[in-house]
Design a protein around this ligand. Sequence first.
Ligand code: NAD
Length: 295
Amino acid sequence: MERGSKVTVLGAGLMGHGIAQVASQVGMFEVSILDVEKAYLDRGMKMIQDSIGKFVERGKLTKDEGDAALKRIHPTMDLREAVGGSQLVIEAATEDPRLKLDLYRKLSQLAGEDTILASNTSSISITLLGSVTGRPENVCGMHFFNPPQLMPLVEIIKGNRTSDETVNRVREASAKLGKETVLCKKDSPGFIVNRLLVPALNEAIFLVHEGVADPEDIDKAVRLGLNWPMGPLQLLDYVGLDTTLNITEVFMNEFQDSKYRPSPLLREMVRAGFTGRKSGKGFYEWSSPSATKAK
Ligand code: NAD
């Protein structure tokens, strides 16, 4: 992608705002960001503004660079305007297969023929998304990590009909966004990172459920014994127990293998509304969204 190219981000939520910010902060691209309601778009732009403010405060960007980055981001609710002239569309809309399929059908009508349609989905098949576009060779997975502004990795996922050229273009674009990449050669649920992480988190819940150890000790063991920066149960509270349960269910359905069975305690806690940090309670108590009570 040449300097001055346009990058489009669909969805201004947790991930979309961060991806748009990354694309703008590298200083080479004009960025269009779309959401379906003005309130969501405004919230996304506010998150970008606050995050750029923090980069400036910490001396990672000058005030002028921060202002210029903000100016390169163009919010819109019009899909035609968002994707018109764009070389790369990064879709970070709600994780709902029906919603995404509907969006990809529209994209195939509105995006340029050469435009790459990259999805940040964590669990929906790239092959499936490509299948409704009439140009599956241009559809690829581009999986960022939260928060995209700080996390250096992008997993590139090759769908069954994704072309090598598309993979190479996504690899180059990711490098220009300052990211390291790994290639997931097959469109396999959980890709690399979540395939490893989610069963490990689930196993930690089994340890609690079986009464083998308390959450604090499991987390301490993994921090000090495996050098993880955060224990698995604390991490679960951050990721969200509901999100984790959804992923284990995708694994169960797709692999048809009982080794991915979610812990009954995970199910019970989600039913009870203890979804982690966002609800105020998971394996730890979170009195306010920013308070850390976990050890
Ligand atoms: P989110 O709920 O914070 O944001 C999703 C946004 O998409 C919302 O603002 C919603 O209004 C918007 N949206 C809904 N329909 C849309 C449409 N048709 N067009 C454009 N925008 C639309 O969700 P999120 O956590 O940012 O997740 C977005 C995607 O990123 C999902 O596919 C998710 O699997 C993936 N992802 C999430 C994480 C994470 O840690 N949250 C990490 C990696 C990947």
